[in-house]
Design a protein around this ligand. Sequence first.
Ligand code: ADP
Ligand code: MG
Length: 601
Amino acid sequence: MSRIRPLDPLLISQIAAGEVIERPASALKELVENALDAGATDIAVTLEDGGMRRIRVEDDGQGIHADDIALALQAHATSKLTSLEQLGCIHSLGFRGEALASMAAIARVTLTARTEEAPHATTVTATGGVLEAPMPAARTVGCSVIVEDLFSQTPARRKFLKSVATEFGHCDELLRRLALAHPHTAFRLTHQGRLLRDWPVVTLEARVRAVLGEEFLQQALAVEEGSPLVSLHGWIRHPTANQGRENQYFFVNGRFVRDRLLTQAVRQAYQDVLHGQSQAGVVLFLTVDPERVDVNVHPAKTEVRFQESSAIFRFVMQSLHKTLSRTHPAAHLNDSVEGHASMAELERPEIPVGTRQTALFLEEPDRFHAALFGHSTSPEITTAALQHPVEVNSVHPGSPQPEAVVSVAPPLGYALAQLHGVYILAQNRQGLIVVDMHAAHERILYERLKIAHDQGLVMQPYLTPPVLTVDSREMAVIEQHGAVLLSLGLELAVRGPHQVALRSWPVLLSGVDPLPVVRQVLRDMDDYGHSGRLEQARNELLATMACHSAVRAQRYLSLMEMNALLRDMESLERADQCNHGRPTWRQIPLAELDQWFLRGR
Ligand code: ADP
Ligand code: MG
């Protein structure tokens, strides 16, 4: 029987190192964080073989006192923490005093440092936990650390290392995170003798641009929300932006973290505007009172624990929701209207249009069109529209002053025509609006269904219920989840082993062919039921209903219907994109049209 013995200190460090130093990137993280803690404004990283062979980090921070240099490599030695109280309120990135010691236990570490007062630098080397005597050396104020042959002392761990490219990729990504959080420090990264990243000291916005690319910022929405206790700022991808590099960067008090709560808050905020699996790219900085967040959760310090986690979740979710809600038409257009387009611009010089006609245009664009050109855009449409004058605003003919009219001009203007049965073309003060009819209608139905669902869907019974033939899986869904179906406004009654009748249907969707919608909902419920998340799938099911109820391409709409759609879009939040994250409309400004035709004005 084997007896119990205390572990050898080196073995303790080697075991502990396994938690902190998983791969070259984790060693690099500790070294760069040390440099940042030392107040460095310039950090140069040099790697060989993805950091497996050699990592060198040089900084211009405050350096280390010559007498302390050997201590820096010892386990549980730190200059950042002296009491338990301080642990509750950490301002530095490091505090556990184990990173350098861990590296010294599993690799060869050379530390060279000089403080401002010191006449020269001091250097010390440790290999496999064995320290050599410190020696005088040459360098300017600051610190350089070289870590060579990582895991040479722990071959079992070495086996888990991947290719040079993979390990380099992890180091590169790690530096990206640190660089995003520290724009006031310059970073350079050299690999295999080539300078690959060179980020000078800049503003946060410029750093985000340098690290994540111009495209990300161009397609991002700025977030800026704060209360005295907690604040959030950063950028989140516009839901309709092209999906590029979809990384999520969360920083809590300047520390990069992986946090399920924050990821979940983003997902929830986007769930209405971004389709299914896709994950939105974000760079978000959350600032909380350090006393209310615990960073000592894991040796690698990439996890945090919030004291008031549900309040933080709500704050982040609502802040993002608010930012995303600003993506509805009136939000952009009203901003850009002032100072740009005036009513005079609508009155193109070639067409003599008086106030009366202008008012007519705003009220009844199709009649306006006919008055101007003596014919309408399309006979059937205009006839229909004339029979049902468009009720778009409350201005009475004859009464309006131009100013009064201006103030009620709707952001998306008035429909002119339908293009290829897919797009609505409309004219507003800035120029041409192109609307994806199906996407817009779907969005509107979805928002309405959600509101109606919350208030209790009003259902309309059928006099002769339509009958649907279902397979056994669909039948199982109906039998098991009748209550969920009912809450969606679908009242189904079983009529036979493969037959169900739809007894009632949401009033909101009257006029829509219900059977394809019911079938799709049953299929989705079957899928969600299997993944055990039927309860959370309410919005997705409503989205399915909206999608399958929305006008299909190739259906011709009257001008009145088109105008009604435009008005609906303006009145709803988040109307800028459909439920799948595609845009619902685009503006082509007159200036752009003029450019096409080289028309100077
Ligand atoms: P911790 O960062 O948790 O204190 P480390 O093992 O990473 O533990 O570092 C030990 C100590 O070495 C630090 O507390 C700090 O005093 C000193 N140190 C490490 N790197 C640097 C550096 N680049 N510049 C100045 N001091 C450093
Ligand atoms: Mg440290």
